[in-house]
Design a protein around this ligand. Sequence first.
Ligand code: HMG
Ligand code: MG
Length: 293
Amino acid sequence: MTRDVRIFEVGPRDGLQNETSLIPTPDKIALIDILSSVGFDRIEATSFVSPKWVPQLADAGDLMDGITRKAGVRYAVLTPNLTGFERALAAGADEVAVFASASEAFSLKNINCSIAESLDRFAPLMAAARAAGLPVRGYVSCAVECPYSGAVDPEQVRDVAVTLDQMGCYEISLADTIGRAKPEAVFAMLETVLDFIPPARLAGHFHDTGGQALDSVAVALELGLRTFDGAVGGLGGCPYAPGARGNLSTRTLATFLAERGLRTGIDLDRLAQAERLVAGLSGNPAPLKEHSA
Ligand code: HMG
Ligand code: MG
């Protein structure tokens, strides 16, 4: 089994999207520019979602224009629909991510449609991405628990993941959105998904609200996963998932992996520079769109 493990840095997107104060675009650009030298080969930079829903990321186009791209790093962005994909393509994103939920209640709150509707929406996006030669990553949110409806059936996660896989996503990131999953539940979910999708096409995306994210990583490693999402400084959460606090911190994750003799290629000194920048970020309050769903 390979000793190489990839950390996918999602802080600039999954982290900053949850900041209630609007962070100035130049600060976000400076953060991504430092992260570009840390050793990640993929950085999730921002989202091309509705600016009414996530005002914090309304500057996605300017941000993509402003960053200094480093060779060998893919700058990925979230796209909920074809409109988002077209904006991402125009901004020069290297890859996009679609995000579905395994929980109907969360799907309605987060993207204002049912799971089935969201998957239908992705079909033209996937076709456009194929035509443009852009890789697409898929997320399954609430892969273990939903903030609105509680425990999620592993078979529901499997069905959404398999659909994303069959639609052409090169990798599916399975997300413990609210960070309260118990390792046994993560094991049961992963085993069910792994019956259909090999570990090389799966990633673990763990929030650390309950302090057990590393236990989930350990379970996933045991089952063969070798890609994990981390966020610089443990930034983050999801604006539509109450209680979803920080993502698993990239440093905590990289250190945990190194202690097990696994290689991530992360330069912890450079990461410290990015963490200092994160610690100094501040902005103005940003209102969130309220949902009828
Ligand atoms: P909607 O309001 O239901 O739908 O939004 P709509 O298609 O009728 O659009 C409404 C308005 O938004 C229209 O403008 C559209 O043109 C515009 P208006 O006519 O009112 O002026 N619009 C857009 N503008 C820019 N870019 C777009 C876009 N699409 C529509 N792409 C929609 C539906 C999906 C767009 C909305 O609900 C949305 O943007 N949601 C995103 C919410 C979000 O970003 N949540 C956080 C990310 S998911 C997450 O954090 C989980 C993850 O980290 C994994 C995990 O931990 O679980 C991935
Ligand atoms: Mg997340």
